[in-house]
Design a binder for this molecule. Sequence first.
Ligand code: G3P
Ligand code: CA
Length: 262
Amino acid sequence: MTGPLVFAHRGASVALPEHTLAAYLRAIEEGADGLECDVRLTRDGHLVCVHDRRLDRTSTGRGRVSAHTLAQLEALDFGSWHPGAPPAGPDEPADESRTRLLTLARLLDAAHAADRPVRLLIETKHPSRYGGAVERKLVALLQRYGLTEPRPDARVQVVVMSFALLAVRRIRELAPALPTVLLLETLPPWLRSGRLPIGIRIAGPGIALVRARPRLVPALRAAGHQVYVWTVNEPADLDLALAAGVDGIITDRPDLALARRA
Ligand code: G3P
Ligand code: CA
């Protein structure tokens, strides 16, 4: 392969409901190099793959994810809102891979079960009422899967990301060998040199920032960093990211990004 890694953002999330097992399996089938997911903690301390703080947009539930137990979330439908997951007909069995809440543990199992190595980009969402417990639980789970000491021959390679510098620093303290991404929506004044805080290997600017600051990607790469850009869905933006020489493209449309990279 030449060109940047292609990461499926919340799975193949244009085609199928975001953060469902079906969306991730589709992305693997389409050939994505990796999968992106957001994680939040439930009231009883389980890591679940949900982007929003609240349940309202992507499920039949209401209120904060963090106020619910895993059992309560398991009872909700996380897929029927999406046009790619029509309700099953009266005689059809429901396809729960398109509607069931995905725990991070189930996503890790799916990545391990793939017929080829898969990368996983895990974003911890903040602010969270559980603060640093999100990173502590994440590292504990990754330790159980033997994923905190990356090996080049491993079937699953994990990178942890956050917009919160504190969260990225916690990961570095808890699991120094795990690569991390600092996500960037705007340009912090201290980044003008292109150098990220010590220990952070990868910069994660949004595509709008890359578009607005053409010198940013070269400066980051000159400082020795890799650059993963999000969320790149439009053909012109995919071409911009490819031309800028980024190392990773995070996209809702992995099929399109792979075709453009080819
Ligand atoms: O991959 C980074 C990107 O996912 C950050 O934005 O809001 O989609 O989590 P968001
Ligand atoms: Ca994300």
